[in-house]
Design a protein around this ligand. Structure first.
Ligand code: FES
Length: 323
């Protein structure tokens, strides 16, 4: 995909931490179409890197078949992050951005006959792709409910327009008043209701685990993480040997295998960098992987024969990979 330039036409604060940007082509020409759950990859010049932001649609008249005139984003300020969101928050109307996309790694499945009601769950800024899904499902008159959780009432960004769009299909929760109880939510669901969730990693992990405990099919839980690999307390350096090339590297506690290989001039395959897509799968010849991905099955993880090198690490001092 080729990058292209967009201009910021509107910018406003929609919650204490979330800023909304409305983007247009510089000559106001139509933009590439997208589907619910899609995101833009935005170049952050200060970091020489990209950040992904989901496209929000809550307009009931939006035509998903047409080329849109505008893209709308919600960006959460991450004070502890490495600067991507701070860059996005200081942008002003008239500033330009280089973008790639739209790309959709979190699509809604096509409607099935006699489909059970879909369950949408959003935590915090995870509302951005989920809002577009809700709008799309509403337009298709498919059955669903949206469970939207934030820390406080004022952090429920876009809640007013979602309330107007969805009515009783929107259920809001705040940690300080009526916290979302996932156990209770699951108690009210029927087995294998399709779930689409976007939010903090802990919330996604909890939903995956609850579905697993109930014996639900794994493919009925659809999710999108907004994070890339982050070190955990106690992470240790380890050695990685590439058997085909004969090269060896040390992977420090605060870097991933992919990062180390790239810094060394290697060209590893990857895409999401979140352990979701499967693009970076590599065969393990020796050593014990420390799996942190959401792509491999439990059986594949137990086999120890493959690893997602974008996020997973090593339990043994050394891993030998077939690359
Ligand atoms: S790059 Fe997507 S799973 Fe590793």
């Amino acid at each position: 995909m080729q990058p292209f330039e967009l201009v910021i036409r509107e910018a406003k604060t929609v919650s204490p931490l979330i800023r909304e940007l409305v983007l247009e082509a510089s000559q106001a020409e139509a933009l590439p179409p997208f589907t619910a759950g899609a995101h833009l990859k935005i170049q952050i010049p200060e970091l020489n890197d990209q950040r992904c932001y989901s496209l929000i649609v809550t307009d009931p008249a939006h035509d998903w078949q047409q080329s849109p005139q505008q893209y709308r984003l919600g960006i959460r300020l991450e004070e502890e992050g490495n600067g991507g969101s701070r860059y996005m928050h200081q942008l002003q109307v008239g500033d330009t951005l280089n973008v790639i996309g739209p790309v959709n790694d979190f699509p809604l499945n096509a409607a099935k006959d006699a489909e059970p009601a879909l369950v949408l769950i959003a935590g915090g800024i995870g509302i951005t792709p989920i809002a577009s899904m809700a709008q799309n499902l509403k337009q298709q008159q498919r059955p669903f409910s949206l469970h939207y959780s934030a820390r406080t009432q004022e952090q429920l960004a876009f809640a007013d327009e979602l309330q107007a769009l969805l009515g009783e299909q929107l259920i809001c929760y705040t940690n300080d008043q009526n916290a979302l109880d996932l156990n209770q939510l699951f108690a009210d669901l029927t087995p294998n209701q399709p779930i689409y969730i976007c939010g903090p990693q802990g919330m996604i992990d909890a939903v995956i685990e609850l579905a697993k405990q109930r014996g639900w099919d794994r493919e009925n839980v659809h999710f999108e993480l907004f994070i890339t690999a982050a070190p955990l307390a106690g992470d240790q350096p380890f050695e990685v040997e590439l058997r085909q090339s004969g090269l060896s590297f040390t992977v420090p506690a605060d870097k991933t295998i992919v990062q180390v290989l790239e810094e060394a001039g290697e060209d590893p395959m990857y895409d999401c960098l979140r352990g979701e897509c499967g693009v970076c799968t590599v065969d393990v010849l020796e050593g014990t992987p420390d799996h942190r991905d959401y792509f491999l099955t439990d059986a594949e993880k137990e086999s120890g024969k493959v690893i997602q090198i974008c996020i997973s690490r090593s339990k043994s001092p050394k891993l030998v990979l077939d690359m």
